[in-house]
Structure formats: structure tokens, C-alpha cells
Write a protein that binds this ligand. Structure first.
Ligand SMILES: [Zn+2]
Length: 220
């Protein structure tokens, strides 16, 4: 397990911390009561891992084949506005399709080294992406989205009425957890997204260590 030296504080890179990094990107993150942060982190990770148990030892590309999901490889990612676009997903009743931009997957793999660890291969980066999208396919197929299963948060309170909303990022955390479990990864795969940002100069290692250290203290 990676531990990052930050002054004298050692930040452990673990699933819960990386899951909270993901959760903190939710538009409604500030509406989550402090005491419920762990609930969203742990329930989302558990949902992803539980779903992966059913597919233990199975090859992700075979799973695409047996579920009639087409994989389309595209050469260039068109107009990405500084954000790396790895592909698009079309989910349908009869047919589903995942479009991939090979160049983006390759770029992610080539920039995935972090804190002295070796980069992941193109094939692994591809399988991570496929596993992540396969989880969303399962949510779609069963019409059972992790973010909908978990408690809503109150986003507005007026005269005793309240408006509730779901935390969408919980599905993202579950998809990361699913990919990690299915592919026996060492880390929750959003770590590689941060590695990419660091290696392409959009973030520093210190930014990431500081963020993880903040997340660690929130989780207690
Ligand atoms: Zn996703």
C-alpha cells in the first residue's frame, strides 16, 4: 500500500480516501451532513464490490460479448476542451455500445505513474475503462442505480417543505470499486486519473497529498 510522506504526516492511499476524493466532486457534496460522509463512501464501495463478486475470474471483453455490448474503437478524441474524453456510452434496450478513444486510453496509461510506482499498461487502462462502463451497464439493465439506492440529501428547506436529491457520484465510486475488484487492482482506479493530471502538469503531487490528507481527516 502506498503511503505518501507529507512533512511528517503519512497519508495512506486507500479506497475510502480515493472514494471520498470522488465524492467531493459531487455538485451536492456540501449538502451531505458531515456524519453521513462515511455512509456514502462505504455503501458505494460495498455496492461495487458486491456486484463484482458475481463476475469473479471472468474476462471483461467476454462479458461485453455475452451481454451484447459493442466496443467501438475511435482514433481521435474530438474537441476535448482540456478534459480528457475517454469515450461515450450508448445504453439501449436491445443494444449497447461503448465508444472508445484509443489515444485517450493510451495517454492515460502513459501518464499513470504515481509516487514512484510504474505506469499501468494500455491493456489494463482499457480494461479499467471497460469494467467501469460495464458497471453502469448493469445499473442501467437492472434499473437499479447505486446513487438512487442510497439516502437522499436535503437540498432545500422552505416553510417545512424539503426538496431531496440523490448523490450521483455514488455510482461513480461504485463503478471504481467494481473495476478494482473485478480486475484485482491495487488501488481504486481514480488514482490513475489523478496521476494523469499530475503527469500532464494540471496538478502537483503535493496538491494530491494535501487533498488525501484532508480526506483522511474527514473520514477520521
Ligand atoms: Zn462512470
Amino acid at each position: 500500500m502506498l503511503s505518501v510522506m507529507k512533512g511528517k504526516v503519512i497519508v495512506m492511499v486507500n479506497d475510502r480516501i480515493l472514494a471520498l476524493c470522488e465524492l467531493s466532486n459531487d455538485l451536492l457534496y456540501d449538502k451531505i451532513p458531515e456524519g453521513k460522509i462515511s455512509y456514502y463512501v462505504d455503501s458505494s464501495l460495498a455496492a461495487g464490490r458486491a456486484a463484482a463478486k458475481e463476475y469473479t475470474g471472468m474476462d471483461i471483453k467476454k462479458l461485453y460479448h455475452s451481454n451484447n455490448i459493442q466496443i467501438e474503437y475511435r482514433k481521435e478524441s474530438k474537441g476535448s476542451f482540456g478534459v480528457m474524453l475517454r469515450g461515450q456510452v450508448v445504453l439501449g434496450k436491445d443494444e449497447s455500445k461503448v465508444e472508445l478513444y484509443s489515444s485517450s486510453i493510451e495517454s492515460l496509461a502513459n501518464n499513470s505513474q504515481i509516487y514512484g510506482s510504474a505506469p499501468i499498461s494500455y491493456d489494463l487502462a482499457l480494461n479499467i475503462h471497460l469494467a467501469h462502463e460495464f458497471f453502469h451497464f448493469l445499473e442501467y439493465k437492472s434499473n437499479n442505480f447505486v446513487s438512487d439506492q442510497l439516502d437522499s440529501v436535503v437540498i432545500m428547506k422552505i416553510f417545512g417543505f424539503q426538496r431531496l436529491a440523490h448523490i450521483k457520484r455514488c455510482s461513480e465510486i461504485a463503478a471504481h470499486g467494481f473495476a478494482k475488484e473485478l480486475l484485482h487492482l491495487q488501488y481504486l482506479p481514480n488514482l490513475y486519473d489523478y496521476a494523469y493530471l499530475i503527469n500532464t502538469g494540471k496538478m502537483t503531487e503535493k496538491d494530491l497529498s494535501d487533498m488525501m490528507s484532508r480526506m483522511e481527516s474527514i473520514l477520521g
